[in-house]
Design a protein around this ligand. Structure first.
Ligand SMILES: NC(=O)C1=CN([C@@H]2O[C@H](COP(=O)(O)OP(=O)(O)OC[C@H]3O[C@@H](n4cnc5c(N)ncnc54)[C@H](OP(=O)(O)O)[C@@H]3O)[C@@H](O)[C@H]2O)C=CC1
Ligand SMILES: O=CC(=O)O
Length: 293
């Protein structure tokens, strides 16, 4: 099966690599062309533009940073829309809001193509290991056709119905994750400032009812001040922002998430946006260290 792949960032590179390793023929495009080279070494072909990829491939997957990138790759010159049509499927796995997804879906359908949104839960390592959780919605026939590829990329796919439901589910999940990361950061700080060992706190957490893979994976690195990006902080803040907008639309009060978003915004303003989202710990530590008891 031949698949086009747009966007070779942290996630896209790992996902396209998995498809190649499982025997898919993959044609890749990335805005910064140099990032295609590692994939070419693994057997990928390079397409010159998103439109050229869609012209060549029956199915094209995108994994792009945010709503503006997702829209640009579809609607701009040499974009997906120029070549999408009957018999072609477009699958956007980026984390965006439901309105962005709906706009893309409507445009693709108007041209006779099929569209599935399929954001993923799981970071760089799950992407490398084919262990993502796929939150799909939209055209059910296209979804069914994509299941073999989703099975390569992930450990479980959910089909959530109409367009927008995948985007919303992903935003709810990441809103919870962002709040949890802030809570962990505050806990590590409080342990430290009150004379406890933060490492012992991690050990205690790991044995109790709130043990989770994120605390286990990120906690020790945070204590080392090591924030090599698996999930860039700027993307986590984008997800908090979009989740809060979903809360606005639905009149859901989310003070915990709003506070977490402020911490991520502060981290971005300090130039930490390209680090892992766990770098929000630096902001919390800074606040805790202000000496205002
Ligand atoms: N990293 C993670 O742990 C996870 C991320 N996600 C989501 O997946 C998506 C990708 O994340 P990730 O791979 O980490 O992000 P990266 O920042 O590593 O990659 C972003 C990709 O988007 C491309 N891009 C950005 N702006 C544009 C634009 N205007 N036009 C065309 N291409 C553009 C980049 O191209 P270029 O190389 O030229 O900059 C790059 O290929 C995001 O929506 C993120 O929220 C979901 C689950 C986990
Ligand atoms: O979106 C990030 C993730 O880890 O999932």
């Amino acid at each position: 099966m031949e698949v086009g792949f747009l966007g070779l960032g942290i996630m896209g590179k790992a996902m396209a690599t998995n498809l190649l390793r499982h025997g898919y023929r993959v044609t890749v495009w990335n805005r910064t062309t140099a990032k295609c080279q590692d994939l070419v070494a693994l057997g990928a072909t390079v397409g010159e533009t998103p439109a050229a990829i869609v012209a060549r491939c029956r199915y094209t997957i995108a994994m792009l940073s945010d709503p503006s990138a997702a829209l640009s790759v579809v609607f701009d010159k040499d974009g997906v829309l120029e070549q999408i049509g009957d018999g072609k499927g477009y699958i956007d796995m980026s984390t965006v809001d439901a309105a962005t997804s709906s706009k893309i879906s409507e445009a693709v359908k108007l041209k006779g193509g099929a569209f599935v949104e399929a954001p993923v839960s799981g970071s760089k390592k799950p992407a490398e290991d084919g262990q993502l959780v796929i939150l799909a919605a939209g055209d059910k026939k296209l979804y069914d056709e994509m299941v073999p590829a989703f099975d390569v990329l992930g450990k479980k796919s959910f089909f959530l119905g109409e367009i927008g439901n995948g985007a919303k589910m992903k935003l709810v999940v990441n809103m919870i994750m962002g709040s949890m990361m802030n809570s962990l950061s505050e806990g590590l700080c409080l342990a430290d400032k009150s004379g406890l060992s933060p490492q012992t706190l991690l050990d205690v957490l790991d044995l109790g009812a709130i043990a989770n893979p994120m605390f286990k994976l990120k906690g020790p690195a945070m204590l080392q001040g090591s924030y090599s990006p698996a999930f860039p902080l700027k993307h986590q803040q984008k997800d908090m922002r979009l989740a809060l907008a979903l809360g606005d639309e639905n009149a859901v009060s989310m003070p915990v998430s709003a506070a977490a978003n402020e911490a991520f915004k502060k981290a971005r303003s300090l130039g930490l946006g390209d680090l892992d989202f766990s770098a929000v710990y630096e902001v919390v530590k800074g606040a805790g260290g202000s000496g205002q008891a």
